[in-house]
Design a protein around this ligand. Structure first.
Ligand code: AMP
Length: 112
């Protein structure tokens, strides 16, 4: 079980900001910005590289949930960044697809 599956199972606490039938979103435990929220599908997709064409609707909905959370968090005027790390060189640590929503400060580019 990944750490996110354990959060989904209620075994590990999380500060949840959104839940519906297919998606959960919660605050990152080690925030890299004033707002750092993770948006995950409840169904295990390890990473974008292992998503199927049939996941298209769910993948799209993850982005729309991120959009809605950004607005609730007051980031829609100042801006924010959505990040998906895929595999070793992408910096992926947890093999359960997640979108990072980062905002509340000016983010640098390019990333490290
Ligand atoms: P990634 O490197 O893209 O796989 O990101 C994994 C993210 O999960 C990191 O930003 C971690 O800080 C975060 N994380 C790990 N464990 C937890 C947890 N128990 N609750 C919330 N976020 C977590």
């Amino acid at each position: 079980m990944t750490i996110f599956q354990r959060i989904l199972a209620g075994e590990i606490p999380a500060k949840i900001v959104h839940e519906d039938n297919d998606i959960l979103a919660f605050h990152d435990i080690a925030p890299q910005a004033p707002v750092h929220i993770l948006i995950i599908p409840k169904r295990l997709i390890p990473r974008v590289g292992e998503a199927h064409d049939s996941d298209a609707e769910l993948l799209g909905r993850l982005l729309l949930v991120a959009r809605d959370i950004a607005k609730v968090q007051g980031l829609d005027q100042t801006g924010y960044r959505l990040i998906i790390n895929n595999g070793r060189d992408g910096g992926e640590e947890v093999p359960h697809l997640h979108i990072h929503l980062l905002g509340g400060r000016r983010l640098s580019w390019p990333p490290g």
